[in-house]
Design a protein around this ligand. Structure first.
Ligand SMILES: [Zn+2]
Length: 337
């Protein structure tokens, strides 16, 4: 099969590799669509994210959908030809975090496109059958792929306890911010403000249901008279995050989702006096069934985020397109093309 392989910073080559063999409980999936993510771009440009370092050739891509074309000897969950969305992280199922129900924090997680585990910018992948989820026929291949970043938004909304009537501030209108917006709506939030510095993305946020948007280049958040219960920080911009925390009202919840600098200024007196909760979020757990239902029912629009398609020979273009085109939101790789 063909695979797009990262060989160090800024170098991806198309190679022939053996098609993977499914283990006893695995399914073999012909990959249809793979969303590109900021973390793929980061590995491509820097060769590492924190403690995860690319030390040997690596296939990136962790937002895949596809079709089941083979099954292991003891995998009985799917028929051949079943279209599926793949959850790309397989925990060990036995450690204390897994047993406590927090499998996203499993220290032995094997996650697609994260060193040393290969991802899905290739024609075929294998995955445990329980991490391949059937999708209905009217959900597109792209939408089935974007169940992964939608899961990030849903997990963050759960952490923030977004519910009916919650007022939500989303900072950053990239793909994850736009999916946090839509997840918050689906969880019952009514007033949702989205901030960014990109007018195209702010327009998309309004199209997708934001009740207010703010261009952070021109307006100060504290002048906006918006008193959020929840901040979903998706910009990863230290100054923006620090400013947004000051806008959160009493007993508010702050979830830090965007990955930018390692440190942000924390307005401690404001956090203390308002009893704010500040938490990180790492991937997701148990989100796929609900995410598929939300997307299939039209409550969340995933195809609207896709602004470009790329073949397997064009993975580098897919990963760098965003730096050239401010209108780009989500690039999708289609490995069969
Ligand atoms: Zn575990």
């Amino acid at each position: 099969m063909r695979a797009a392989v990262l060989h160090g910073v800024g170098k991806i080559t198309l190679e022939e590799r053996p098609r993977p063999e499914p283990g006893p409980r695995d399914v073999l999936v012909q990959v249809a669509s793979v969303g590109t993510c900021g973390s793929d771009v980061h590995y491509y440009e820097h060769g590492r994210i924190g403690d995860f370092v690319v030390e040997s050739p690596l296939v990136l891509g962790h937002e895949p959908s596809g079709t089941v074309v083979g099954t292991g000897a003891r995998a009985h969950r799917h028929r051949l030809g079943q279209r599926v969305s793949l959850e790309p992280g397989i925990p060990d199922f036995t450690c204390w975090q897994c047993r406590a129900g927090r499998y996203n924090l499993c220290p032995r997680m094997r996650f697609f496109g994260t060193p040393p585990v290969d991802g899905a910018f290739c024609e075929y992948v294998v995955v445990h059958e329980e991490f391949a989820y059937p999708v209905p026929d009217d959900l597109s291949d792209d939408a089935a792929a974007l169940i992964e970043p939608l899961s990030v938004g849903m997990w963050a909304c759960g952490k923030a306890r977004v519910g009916p009537g919650t007022r939500v501030l989303v900072t950053g209108a990239g793909p994850v911010g736009l999916l946090c917006l839509q997840a918050a709506q689906a969880f019952g939030a009514t007033d949702i403000m989205v901030t960014d510095v990109n007018p195209v993305r702010l327009g998309l946020a309004r199209d997708l249901g934001a009740t207010a948007t703010l261009d952070a280049r021109e307006n100060d958040l504290l002048d906006a008279a918006f008193d959020p219960d929840v901040l979903l920080e998706c910009s990863g911009h230290p100054a923006a995050a620090g400013a947004a925390i000051r806008a959160v009202g009493r007993a508010g919840r702050i979830v830090l989702i965007g990955m930018g600098g390692d440190e942000i200024p924390l307005p401690l007196a404001h956090v203390q006096a308002h009893e704010l909760e500040v938490t990180g979020t790492f991937r997701y757990a148990n989100t796929w069934p609900q995410a598929i239902v939300l997307a299939a029912s039209g409550r969340v629009q995933l195809d609207a985020l896709v602004t470009g398609h790329y073949g397997l020979a064009e993975v580098e273009q897919a990963l760098t397109a965003g730096t050239h085109d401010p209108a780009l939101v989500k690039a999708v790789v289609r490995p069969q093309e």
